[in-house]
Design a binder for this molecule. Structure first.
Ligand SMILES: [Zn+2]
Ligand SMILES: [Zn+2]
Length: 284
């Protein structure tokens, strides 16, 4: 059984529509795929409707959070939330707030660029990006306008933290996020906790702390984790009794990673499913 528990559709910053994502997952030989767009469940319905016989979809989300870095300073952290009840009021409100933060941040960055003479129309960027607006949408606008040759090039300088145009957004405190996901019947898994290419790392002691309030697992096999970092996470998961997952973090044509590039062990997947009380895995 091949299981990929972290993918993005065009509902956030991927390029496949949810239905295309499912078709491509079948093409990649996957049996189970999770749809985990940033801060939104908007792709769930289309993904479920597109399921072919024998294929399973795990309804999930990747949540924007703020944790404590190894250096003692706040650090952005992504939390994967699986199989939660989308109708849980407190959690639904928080998702809506996060999407508001996304749109406001992209608009603020685009306005700073426009004020500086870059050929970017803030309203156009916000309108085309949709509710899960992110820096990749702004990056694509910069590529289309000929400012930079590629999306990656936009991130090197123009969109980088501490860069001239960067704007902050108020993400959910990691502890609150774990509590909210769990209270909504979901399963909380820290995404790519040792991905140093993305910046500073989350303190391992914060993971130890989260394990006492309901954190269920750690994403271990991820394209941005080197072997030494996977070993650190494997040891920590064993110490804390956390489950481990593997996933591609597929973004369609926005990144070079293929669906199924990393996968989750079926026994670990079974553990994850057994912890969920929000919504079931759907198999067509
Ligand atoms: Zn992420
Ligand atoms: Zn992701």
């Amino acid at each position: 059984m091949r299981i990929d528990l972290h993918t993005h559709s065009s509902v956030s910053d991927g390029t496949d529509s949810p239905a295309e994502l499912i078709r491509n997952a079948v093409g990649a030989g996957l049996d189970v795929v999770a749809i985990t767009d940033h801060d939104t469940t908007a792709g769930w319905g289309e993904a479920v409707a597109a399921l072919p016989a024998g294929m399973s979809v795990v309804r999930g989300m990747e949540m924007s959070c703020q944790g404590m870095g190894e250096d003692g300073w706040p650090v952005p952290v992504h939390l994967l939330a699986y199989l939660f009840d989308p109708g849980d009021v407190a959690f639904a409100r928080e998702r809506e707030r996060l999407r508001g933060e996304r749109v406001a941040r992209v608009r603020a960055m685009a306005e700073r660029m426009a004020a500086d003479g870059l050929p970017v129309d803030p309203e156009e960027v916000v309108a085309s990006a949709g509710p899960a607006a992110g820096r990749p949408h702004l990056a694509r606008a910069l590529v289309a306008a000929g400012v930079v040759p590629t999306v990656d090039a936009a991130f090197v300088d123009l969109l980088a933290p501490r860069g001239r145009y960067y704007a902050e957004k108020a993400d959910t405190p990691l502890r609150t996020a774990v509590e909210m996901v769990t209270a909504a019947g979901g399963v909380a898994v820290v995404a790519h906790a040792r991905a140093r290419t993305r910046g500073r790392l989350l303190a391992l002691d914060e993971i130890r702390d989260l394990a006492t309030i309901g954190l269920a697992g750690l994403e271990l096999d991820h394209p941005d984790h080197n072997p030494a970092d996977r070993a650190v996470l494997r040891e920590l998961a064993a110490e804390l009794g956390l489950l481990t997952t593997g996933s591609s973090d597929y973004h369609g044509a926005n990144k070079v990673i293929a669906l199924g590039e990393c996968t989750t062990d079926p026994a670990q997947f079974e553990k994850l499913v057994s912890k969920a009380t929000g919504v079931p895995v759907i198999t067509a």
